[in-house]
Write a protein that binds this ligand. Structure first.
Ligand code: FES
Length: 72
């Protein structure tokens, strides 16, 4: 499996919702800390987090190209 360099492994617990940042502004990447609201207001963008609702305990890898874009 080829993962992007910025991929982050997350341990998911069954029935515990998590929110993944798609805007790249979060100080808690890969998790959303609601900074997308400020970014959207300033730039007229429409970023929202991705919500994951795992049925089982598992591990996943996540990445986003926006994580580099806004966190230089
Ligand atoms: S902080 Fe990036 S989507 Fe919420």
């Amino acid at each position: 499996m080829n993962k992007p360099d910025n991929a982050v492994k997350i341990n998911l617990k069954s029935n515990k919702k998590i929110s993944i940042c798609t805007c790249g502004k979060s100080d808690s990447l890969p998790f959303c800390d609601n900074r997308h609201r400020e970014l959207n207001k300033e730039n007229g963008t429409h970023y929202k987090s991705v919500k994951i609702f795992p049925e089982n305990d598992t591990n996943i890898w996540v990445s986003s190209t926006t994580w580099k874009k806004h966190n230089k």
